[in-house]
Design a protein around this ligand. Sequence first.
Ligand SMILES: [Zn+2]
Ligand SMILES: [Zn+2]
Length: 363
Amino acid sequence: MSPIEFRRELHRHPELSFAEYRTAEFIEAALAAEGIACRRVADTGVLATLEGRGNLKRAIVLRADIDALPIAEATGLEYASENEGVMHACGHDMHAAVLFGALQRLARERDFEGTIFGLFQPGEECTPGGASKVLAEEPFKGYDVVAVIGNHTDSTLEVGQIGVCEGPFMASNDELRFYVRGRGGHGAMRDKIDDTVAAAANIVTRVNCLNDIDLVLSIGKVQADGATNIIPDTVYMEGTMRTFDQRLRESIWAEVEAVAADVDRHFGTTTEVVIGHGYPSVINDGVLADAVRSLAAERYEAVELSRRYTAEDFGFYTVKYPSVFYRLGVGAAAGRSHTSTFAPNEDAIEVGVDFMATLAVRL
Ligand SMILES: [Zn+2]
Ligand SMILES: [Zn+2]
C-alpha cells in the first residue's frame, strides 16, 4: 500500500481521540503486510519496531498522532469522511501516512544501526493527551532513546519547506476554572450579600494583568446567572494559561491562587480555583533541531520558525527524551487546520516520508 492510499483510508474513516479502534486495526494490518512487527500501546495506539545492526538498545522513536476532530467535513473530496461529524481536520492522517511511509522504506532498505520505533499515538487533541498514556506504559524501558522525532502539517509553509525552531517551540497549556461563591441576594441590599460578580470581575482583571512576554492567560467564559437586581451565589469562569518554561508555569499556578485568595479577602467570597494541568511545553533539543535544519537545507528548504502559543502533547516526550518536532509544509491552498475545509496537498507526504526516514538513518 502506498502512503497516499494509507492516508486516504484513514481520512475516509476518522475517529475521535481515544476511540481510534478501526484506525489501530487498519495500521496493524498495513504494517503486517510490510512484515513490520508491532503491538498495541495506550489501548488504541500502535507501536512498530524495526531492528537494524549493532547496538539494538540504542533507539530512535518516530511519532505520529492518529486522532481526528469533531468537525463535519466540507471538502467535497472523493475520499471525504464517511464518519458523520468527524474529520481529519488537523492533518493527523497525513502524519500517520508519513510515518507509515518512513517505516516502509526503512524496513525495505534495512540499512541503519540500532532500533527504530514507529509510534502511532492516539488522543493528541484531548487532555490528558495520548503521549502521557503511552509514556505511563514505559514502552521504551531498557532502551537508550537518543531522539524522539515528530512533525506537524503546516499550511503557512509550501510543499518542500520544513519549519524548524530550536529550544522552546510550543507552549504548555493549562485549563483554569474558577468557582466564585458567596451569599447572593438582592442587588440593592449590599450589606446582606457578597458580590460574587464584582469579585469575579476583579479576578478577570488581575489575572489578565499577569500576561507577559513569556506568558498567556485568557479567561474565555464567565457565567453569572443573576439579574438587574439579583447577585448570584456562584459565578463560574474558565480560561487558558500558556507558558514556555516549567518554573514560570508553576509559579503562575501559585500566583493565580494568590490573586483569588486576595480578591476573596476584599469581597468576602470563597473562590475555588481548579487548574487542569495540560501538556508541557515542546522544547526542541538543540543538536536535533540542528540536524533537522541542515537536512532540510540540503534536500529541501529550511524555514526558521518562531515559537507558538499553541500546545502539543509531544511536549511530554521532550520532557523525558531529547526530541525534535518540526513542521511539514502542505501549502497555503490547504486552508486553516481545525476547519471543515482543511485539505493538505498530498505531495507533502513524499517529502515527509523522505525527510523522516533520512533523518532517522542519520541519527
Ligand atoms: Zn489539532
Ligand atoms: Zn494536530
